[in-house]
Design a protein around this ligand. Structure first.
Ligand SMILES: [Zn+2]
Length: 235
């Protein structure tokens, strides 16, 4: 052990006798970046996707139930939340993309197609509290069109993961762009973040509504088209 004084993150001075403890703390922090969980499964981004089998999902639920039981026991509560997380709130992490059919754009539709009010139910990956709001998707088709209900399924598949709203919009746009190769694409999400509301930050009710907007293709390039889009969704 050295007798150097080790500063930690600028504000605290750590005495030499705490060096070993500090090393342990750093090791704990590095644990965040480990590659596998304690059961040997590979970790991946909170809003990523890796489909798993029904059997693996069942196993995940029972592992979670065990862990939650330990936490809730400490809080002297008896509840079940594992199934809700695996099968509902986080289901987009573990399931294949929804089955989607795209159709040829036979009429050569060359105007905006807009789907508004698509429900967004998610949880924020920082605080694990709900994000609740709506999504608007607009596109001008290229060679393909897609059913509106299918767009809702895509939004839902990406939303039902621990999310960052900014990334959610980008993920939806990337996926739809790849799928139907539209001439223009817009994804606007307005959502309340309960991590702001629940913690009682003063005035947070209003501030907690976040709007994110992703514009691609002609919607990014042409100001007049973007204005038309914004006007249409404000009506
Ligand atoms: Zn949050």
């Amino acid at each position: 052990m050295t007798s150097e004084i080790i500063p930690k993150q600028g504000d605290k001075i750590i005495k030499p006798e705490r060096e070993i403890q500090l090393k342990n703390e750093i090791a704990d922090e590095l644990e965040i970046y480990k590659k596998y969980n304690e059961f040997g499964y590979e970790l991946f981004d909170a809003n990523g996707n890796k489909p798993i089998s029904d059997e693996e999902r069942k196993m995940m639920i029972s592992q979670l139930e065990q862990k939650f039981k330990e936490v809730l026991d400490i809080l002297r509560i008896s509840r079940r939340i594992a199934k809700m997380l695996v099968n509902e709130l986080l289901v987009g992490r573990f399931t294949k993309p929804p089955a989607l059919t795209v159709f040829p754009n036979r009429k050569r539709v060359n105007n905006l197609i807009i789907s508004q009010g698509i429900e967004v139910m998610s949880i924020c990956s920082h605080h694990w509290l709900p994000i609740s709001g709506t999504c608007t998707v607009a596109y001008i088709p290229g060679d393909y069109v897609i059913g509106l209900s299918k767009i809702s399924r895509v939004v839902n598949w990406f939303a039902r993961r621990p999310q960052i709203q900014e990334e959610l919009g980008e993920q939806i746009a990337d996926y739809l762009e790849e799928l139907i190769k539209p001439q223009a694409l817009g994804v606007v999400i307005k959502a309340k973040h309960y991590c702001m509301i629940a913690r009682g930050v003063r005035g947070s009710e209003a501030r907690s509504v976040m709007t994110t907007s992703v514009m691609r293709g002609l919607l990014m390039e042409e100001q007049s088209l973007r204005n038309e889009f914004v006007n249409l969704i404000q009506q």
